[in-house]
Design a protein around this ligand. Structure first.
Ligand code: AMP
Ligand code: FE
Ligand code: FE
Ligand code: ZN
Length: 286
């Protein structure tokens, strides 16, 4: 009998290990309640939450795919790359993530001293207290600024001080997107371009395709119907696998994002097949 596969998958979520709110275990429960069959934990610069999510997932009958979101630079533009199916013990990848987190700490210190120079009393410790895991970032600074009473909302913290180009903004270390694609492949993983609708030019996408990019997010909350259609046609043109997800951080203003932005299960299988092809290529050359 022919059966329609109704399973849905969210390939983009965050936990408190980076700038999300929920623990990995709580995210698994929430994903189940949202009707998902599988999802990936894609924290910024850390895979700290993956194991807990996978262990909880095993008990809850929820498939959890190892993932990570990397901040890289391509042709001078800031780009986010999602990695999946990599070996979580790969030394090259772990070293890269560690370096990214060290740079995040350096940057928090610099932003805090800029805020101090602007007359705001705030300590680096107050920022670290807001972080629930290894990867500390601007959302934690924004939360600390609210807590200290310097701004009324996290949005105001970004708009007045820490968004790109604002007085306390400090850039992160610039990592090449082309190198990051290689790194993910060498770890047996695949590389997917995150939310291209965030002002990523087709030229940047082409550069990444030439570097071996495997897939592109067509589904994302920042993509309207037009953009989803556009990136779907681009995926066909560049022979990229289509992926997508909710980019859920567990924040109240995100509404019912989880479950509302997902891909059909067969697309997850295509992504996995690509990873297996990369992994057998690695075995042949080692
Ligand atoms: P970071 O990785 O430390 O640079 O922080 C990036 C995160 O900060 C993003 O994932 C967003 O959640 C948040 N963010 C960046 N820019 C803004 C903005 N202009 N307003 C609100 N949140 C922002
Ligand atoms: Fe984020
Ligand atoms: Fe992102
Ligand atoms: Zn994200």
């Amino acid at each position: 009998m022919f059966m329609i596969d109704v399973r849905r998958v969210d390939m983009h979520t965050h936990t408190r290990c980076s700038d999300g709110v929920l623990s990995p275990a709580a995210l698994v429960q929430k994903a189940r309640a949202a009707g998902l069959s599988a999802f990936s934990v894609t924290d910024h610069d850390t895979i700290e939450g993956v194991q807990e999510a996978q262990e909880t997932g095993r008990d809850a009958g929820m498939e959890v795919i190892a993932g990570v979101e990397l901040s890289v630079v391509v042709e001078d533009d800031d780009v986010h790359l999602l990695g999946y199916f990599f070996d979580p013990d790969d030394e090259g990848l772990l070293r890269h993530l560690e370096r990214g987190r060290t740079d995040r700490i350096r940057r928090v210190k610099e932003i805090v001293s800029r805020l101090n120079a602007l007359g705001m009393e705030l300590s680096v410790e107050e920022v670290f207290e807001q972080a629930g895991g290894e990867a500390v970032g601007r959302p934690h600074i924004a939360a600390a600024l609210v807590e200290a009473g310097h701004v009324k909302s996290e949005q105001e913290a970004f708009e007045r001080y820490i968004a790109t180009g604002k007085p306390a903004y400090v850039a992160r270390e610039r990592v090449s997107g082309i190198d990051a694609v290689d790194l993910l492949h060498e770890a047996g993983g695949i590389a997917v371009l995150a939310h291209p609708g965030h002002w990523i030019s087709d030229y940047v996408i082409r550069t990444l395709v030439e570097a071996g990019l495997d897939g592109i997010e067509t589904i994302h909350p920042s993509h309207d119907k037009m953009l989803t259609g556009y990136y779907t046609s681009l995926a066909k043109r560049f022979k990229l696998l289509r992926s997508g997800g909710s980019d859920f951080h567990g924040r109240p203003n995100e509404g019912e994002r989880l479950g509302a932005y997902s891909i059909p299960y067969p697309r997850l299988e295509r992504l996995r097949r690509r990873a297996h092809a990369i992994q057998s290529g690695l075995e042949r050359t080692s």
